[in-house]
Design a binder for this molecule. Structure first.
Ligand code: MRU
Length: 365
């Protein structure tokens, strides 16, 4: 599978800079209107980037948090209290994607036995290792998901795939999770077309459309509410989404609206796949009801982001500042609605037994 490109240049969503003291990210709040990169040079920068969704998507949140600890250790005290404070601050940025906690635990476990003077370099190395592992895991998700997608292709001569939110390479370091099998299919010459739901209110579907366009994958944007009708009309061969947390019983938390697509897919007899790496699976979480669901700022609904008549990126108010608004950012899709989970180890039923077949070393939990 070819690495992801921006304007033809191989690009990752997060890159350590040559100064060894900072990382560069793609500012996803500016996309798809502007492509710009930002330098994160401190713990505060990293925490802000995650909370404000300059970086987003479960795997990328985890990798950014790991670099956030490295930045904290490099630019301030690296004693135990500073390490604990950095981890606590980063962990508080977003509650649902368990990759965040997973990455922080991993880096902290690596650093704790070390002398303070050795921690910055070790954190930097561990963050880079997590990033490299993420790339490889996403590549493998692509390999394991490809035969599942291929098997869904119907008579029409091209595979019609639906996705939700952005679980592409922008949400990881490279390749993505849900989109990795789509890229693998496209790269091997399979005719594939992707139906991309807008994903109100943050419109991550626009990010998906942008990155699919960068790779040349044919796609069509739809309003979220169009998904059910397309599925019912038999126009979709498979739905594939990512995950922010997979509970031990196979229930999946993902971007708000995922559940409705899973319901519509089940009612229409369309396979519904969830692709995610090990870092998204929370074996200690018994079921979907135990997953914390992030409630985000009401202004995400009250304002819309786009270009004005002069081509300038701007916000437009569509609701008054005091309009009552609820903005849950994720929902839970019960395991029963999921045809298969796809991870770097292969695919399995969405169940405790299925997860343990992929990760037998977790059976003790
Ligand atoms: O709020 P976001 O944009 O961080 O949510 C992203 C999603 O819900 C993705 O589907 C999920 O993180 C999987 S990313 C590979």
């Amino acid at each position: 599978m070819a690495a992801m490109r921006v304007n033809g240049t191989p690009t990752r969503t997060i890159r350590p800079l040559a100064d060894g003291q900072s990382v560069e990210i793609i500012d996803q709040t500016a996309l798809p209107h502007d492509y710009r990169c930002l330098r994160l040079a401190s713990l505060a920068d990293a925490a802000h980037a995650i909370r404000s969704m300059q970086v987003r998507g479960a795997p990328l949140i985890g990798v950014t948090a790991a670099y956030g600890v490295a930045l904290a250790m490099a630019h301030g005290s690296a004693d135990d209290a500073s390490l604990d404070a950095a981890v606590a601050r980063l962990a508080a940025t977003r509650p649902t994607a368990v990759n965040l906690r997973w990455a922080l635990t991993r880096v902290a476990t690596c650093l704790r036995p070390l002398a303070a003077a050795a921690r910055a370099a070790a954190a930097w190395r561990e963050a880079a290792t997590i990033a490299e592992e993420d790339v490889e895991q996403c590549r493998r998700i692509g390999e394991h998901g490809l035969p599942l997608l291929r098997a869904c292709a119907g008579e029409r001569g091209r595979l019609e795939v639906m996705t939700h939110c952005n679980a592409g390479w922008l949400a990881a370091v490279d390749f993505g999770t849900a989109l990795a099998p789509v890229y693998a299919a496209f790269d091997e010459g399979l005719a594939v077309h992707v139906w991309v739901s807008e994903t109100r209110p943050r419109n991550q579907g626009l990010l998906t459309a942008w990155e699919l366009a960068q790779h040349g994958v044919p796609h069509t944007l739809i309003a979220d509410n169009a998904a059910g009708a397309l599925l019912a009309a038999g126009r979709i061969d498979a739905v594939i989404v990512g995950a922010d947390r997979i509970a031990g019983n196979g229930d999946v938390a993902n971007k708000i609206g995922t559940y409705l697509k899973a319901l519509a897919a089940a009612a229409s007899g369309v396979p519904f796949f969830v692709a995610a790496p090990r870092s998204t699976i929370d074996f200690a979480c018994p079921d979907g009801a135990a997953i914390p669901i992030e409630e985000r700022a009401a202004d995400e609904l009250r304002l819309v982001h786009g270009r004005d008549a002069h081509g300038l990126a701007t916000h437009l108010r569509q609701l008054p500042a005091d309009a009552a608004v609820a903005n849950p950012a994720f929902d839970v899709t019960p395991a029963a609605l999921i045809s298969a989970l796809i991870s770097e180890r292969g695919s399995s039923p969405a169940s405790r037994a299925g997860l343990l077949a992929l990760y037998p070393e977790e059976a003790h939990a």
